[in-house]
Ligand binder design. Structure first.
Ligand SMILES: [Fe+2]
Ligand SMILES: [Fe+2]
Length: 141
């Protein structure tokens, strides 16, 4: 069983980003519980929809923050988001056709993604954004 629980090792120390990550963890946990409980397809679909929408908004939000702060690793980071978007899109299509295996694959995908991408790419971004904000504050004072 996958464990979807946000902890300090996932913290990027940018409050809005951490909040969005926590929400993604919560939705994955809800989805896993619903699958284990043998929930109805409509319930599974509604959690999947929420998860996909939240992930899309989250990626766009991070990309906006990167552009606004002239993040030097923007292209590298965005490529990782694009790969995730494509993987999720393919699985989402299968889920919509009633394929329950695809739900498990989606959970596997997010279990890896939430740990690997957040702990490396997002934490690097968090450190950069915090520094950038400190520099802006220093310039303004
Ligand atoms: Fe990211
Ligand atoms: Fe993220």
């Amino acid at each position: 069983m996958r464990i979807f629980e946000w902890n300090e090792t996932h913290a990027v120390h940018v409050p809005e980003v951490d909040k969005e990550h926590q929400q993604l963890f919560r939705l994955c946990d809800d989805l896993q519980r619903a699958m284990m409980a043998g929930a109805a397809t409509s319930e599974i679909q509604s959690i999947v929809d929420d998860l996909v929408i939240n992930a899309a908004h989250h990626f766009s939000h991070e990309e906006r923050r990167m552009r606004a702060a002239d993040y030097p690793l923007y292209a590298w980071h965005r490529r990782q988001h694009h790969a995730a978007r494509s993987a999720v899109r393919v699985l989402e299509r299968r889920i919509r056709r009633g394929d329950r295996d695809a739900v498990l694959e989606l959970l596997d995908f997010f279990a890896r993604w939430l740990n690997d991408h957040i702990r490396l790419a997002d934490r690097m971004l968090g450190a950069y954004l915090r520094n950038h904000e400190r520099e802006l504050a220093a310039c303004a004072s």
